[in-house]
Structure formats: structure tokens, C-alpha cells
Design a protein around this ligand. Structure first.
Ligand code: KG4
Ligand code: ZN
Length: 340
């Protein structure tokens, strides 16, 4: 089955054609340059840029896959969570296509889709259930979620952040230190030259059995440290600050995943996904967990937002629900939900 995926939830307009986990094309038009001068995503600008990009991006995805619209079996689209104006561009476009072509339309949860992005173009068959039950971590700009998955489309949320998301804290700390947006890449780069042990850091959410994350205290700690540096009452190099922050931001996840594996010992695999999973230090830090369970890391192009992940989960949902064209008026559209 050829699934066309469409993604427009934040600052990337993306389209992809996927069969199972095999990606035939994946096109991402990033708006980073548009939002960078503001230090964060401006929703109104994002929606307008999606409107400009969506048509050409879908055409390009079809061209690269060497397929016509007639050869597409179903259309999957991000229904949420995300910025409402941005989501509506992708949803309206996908709805129009599905209606005109009389093909099934599959609404997909963006956060759940990240998990399947980690399996795209890997040595895994889409109908291979030997990975499950699995634990999955989505660590992105908007979410730090742990799911216990009994099957590929069953997402039981067992851990989440009580305040900021991990990626969001990288972005905020980078802004605080006068670094470029998005902050994760900039912090990782500078942290390589630093020594995290030179800077005192708090241990967040140290209660072992709780799977909740917290990042706002860490952010406040960084605000206080940089204020001390500014006043001259402390002397920490920016590289050391970045290294210390990164170590605790990612160390917290390492601790919680260790706890999750103890709480869910039946897990056969650990699937890591989302923008922060591109971080090399993160991959090294978590490698110790690989002795307990098989770990899947996304290929770099599927860490951050893309439409291959939307199409991959869309394909699984289509398979479950059958490919009968839906009555669009009966669908429970949820373009407005920000949190689960
Ligand atoms: O998954 P994603 O592209 O978008 C959301 O769905 O949020 O994740 C974006 C987040 C940003 O907060 C960005 O700073 C972070 O992922 N990120 C990183 C790295 N690359 C991207 N964080 C840490 N280290 C990185 N190398
Ligand atoms: Zn995302």
C-alpha cells in the first residue's frame, strides 16, 4: 500500500510516500530561517508559510517516489497536537485531496507517529510484532513522553513532563545564553568543548519509581547561574554551562528509562524518537540500556518532524481499519488538542 503522508503541525511542511516502513520519498521544507530571528516559532507566520509550501512539497514527494496521485492508496495527515493554524493547512489540503480522489483519509497523532519514524528505513518489517510489548520515548520540542505499547498502534502514556518538554528546555537555555534557534543543536555543539562537572547542577525528579519528568526547575537554575556570571559573582564558561545542562537534561531521561524498564520488564524493545534523539551524547548515555533490551534509534532524517513517520503510522491504522473510504463528516477531527 502506498501511503501519502502530510505534516504541518509546527515549522516544517512535509510530505512523504511510504510503503510499510520503506520510505519511497520524504520531502521536508523547513521554516527555521523564517522563525530564527524571533528566537521561536511565530504561529501566524508558520501557517502562512505552510500555505505557500504545501502544494509544491506534496508534488515533489510524488515525483521523487515516481508515483501519480492515482497510485496512492490512502492519505495520512497530522491531526494534532500542534499549532492550530498550521495544522489546518495540512488537514484541509489532505481532506481536499482525499475527497477529490475518493481515497481513505487517516488522521494521525503527531507524537505517536514519531515512534514509527524511529522504525522507518530500518531492518524491521511493519508486520513484525516481535518488538512488542515495547517501551517508547518521544523526546521533542513539545513532549517528553514514555509509552508502554502492547502493539504498534497501542500507546499507553506512562510518563510525561509535568512542565516544560526536554527539547523546549534546550531551546530556552540556548536563548538565555544568546545562542541560535533551535537550541538543541547549538548546545550539543558547544557542550563538546565543555566540562559539565565544573558546574553544580540539581537532580530533577530524583524519586526513582515516578516516571514523570520536569525541566522548568533546571531552566530556572540556568537563569540563576547566568545571572551570577553576569554580575561577576560566579565564573563559568558557556561551554561548561552547556555541558552541565545537557548532562542533567539527558541524564534525567536515562534514569527514568531505567526505572521504566524495571516497571515494565516484559518490554522486548525500547524505541527512542523525536528531535532530541539526534543528540550524539544522548545516544552514548543510553547505550548502557542496550544490554537489557533492543534499542531502536531513528535515522537522523527521521528524528525531527517529517511526513514519513505520519505515513508509516497512517499505514498501520489503515491496515487495522480497512481501506474503505470514510464518511468525512463523521470523523472526529481534533485539530485543537494541545495535550493528551
Ligand atoms: O521532533 P521535533 O523536530 O519537533 C517537535 O515535534 O517538537 O523536535 C524539535 C526539538 C527542538 O526543541 C530542538 O532543540 C531539539 O528537538 N533538538 C535537539 C537536537 N536537535 C534537535 N536537542 C538536543 N540535541 C540535538 N542535537
Ligand atoms: Zn515532532
Amino acid at each position: 500500500m502506498n501511503i501519502l503522508g502530510i505534516e504541518s503541525s509546527c515549522d516544517e511542511t512535509a510530505a512523504a510516500v511510504v510503503t510499510g516502513y520503506q520510505v519511497k520519498s520524504s520531502v521536508v521544507s523547513s521554516q527555521i530561517a523564517v522563525h530564527a530571528p524571533f528566537g521561536g516559532v511565530i504561529p501566524e507566520l508558520a501557517a502562512r508559510k505552510h500555505l505557500e509550501a504545501i502544494g509544491p512539497v506534496v508534488d515533489q514527494a510524488l515525483d521523487q517516489a515516481r508515483l501519480t496521485l492515482a497510485q496512492i492508496d490512502a492519505i495520512a495527515v497530522t491531526q494534532g497536537p500542534g499549532l492550530v493554524g498550521a495544522l489546518l493547512v495540512g488537514i484541509s489540503y489532505a481532506k481536499g485531496l482525499a475527497l477529490a480522489l475518493n481515497k481513505p483519509l487517516i488522521p494521525v497523532n503527531h507524537v505517536h507517529a514519531h515512534v514509527h519514524g524511529a522504525l522507518c528505513d530500518q531492518d524491521v518489517k511493519v508486520d513484525d510484532l516481535s518488538l512488542y510489548p515495547a517501551l517508547a520515548l518521544v523526546v521533542s520540542g513539545g513532549h517528553t513522553n514514555i509509552y508502554f505499547m502492547r502493539g504498534p498502534t497501542q500507546f499507553e502514556l506512562v510518563g510525561y513532563s509535568v512542565d516544560d518538554a526536554c527539547g523546549e528546555s534546550f531551546d530556552k537555555v540556548a536563548k538565555l545564553l544568546g545562542m541560535s534557534y533551535p537550541g538543541g543543536v547549538a548546545i550539543e555543539k558547544l557542550a563538546k568543548q565543555g566540562d559539565g562537572t565544573k558546574v553544580p547542577m540539581p537532580r530533577m525528579m530524583s524519586e526513582k519509581a515516578r516516571l514523570q519528568f520536569s525541566y522548568s526547575g533546571l531552566k530556572t537554575h540556568m537563569v540563576n547561574l547566568s545571572e551570577k556570571v553576569r554580575r561577576g559573582t560566579a565564573d563559568f564558561a558557556a561551554a561548561d554551562l552547556c555541558a552541565a545542562f545537557q548532562e542533567e537534561a539527558l541524564g534525567q531521561i536515562n534514569r527514568k528509562l531505567t526505572a521504566a524498564l524495571a516497571l515494565y520488564p516484559q518490554s522486548k524493545s525500547l524505541i527512542i524518537a523525536g528531535g532530541v534523539s539526534a543528540n550524539q551524547r544522548f545516544r552514548a548515555l543510553l547505550s548502557g540500556l542496550g544490554t537489557k533490551v533492543q534499542i531502536f534509534w531513528p535515522r537522523l532524517q527521521y528524528c525531527s518532524d517529517n511526513a514519513a513517520m505520519i505515513a508509516a503510522l497512517g499505514g498501520l491504522l489503515a491496515h487495522e481499519q480497512g481501506t474503505q473510504a470514510k464518511n468525512f463528516h463523521d470523523m472526529t477531527w481534533d485539530a485543537y488538542a494541545r495535550y493528551e
